[in-house]
Design a binder for this molecule. Structure first.
Ligand SMILES: [Zn+2]
Length: 73
């Protein structure tokens, strides 16, 4: 026995296409925003000492922008 797949009614097809187009648009917008975030956030990581600050490397020194964490590489 073959599974029977009735063709989708034209109206559903139209709605599906519109929904997919919307998703496509949103995905493009998200990709754009992600690129912007990647471009503006400094490279670094969450501080393991205060867990609220951001540790960045400047030259050979790692510093947290919230606590006094500081470490030479
Ligand atoms: Zn910190």
């Amino acid at each position: 026995m073959k599974p029977i797949q009735p063709p989708a009614p034209a109206e559903d097809d139209e709605q599906l296409r519109a929904a997919l187009a919307r998703i496509d648009q949103l995905e493009r917008r998200i990709a754009k925003l992600e690129r912007r975030v990647a471009a503006t956030s400094p490279p670094g990581w969450e501080c393991s000492v205060c867990r609220r600050g951001w540790v960045t490397a400047r030259g050979d020194v790692l510093t947290c922008n919230r606590c006094s964490y500081r470490r030479s590489l």
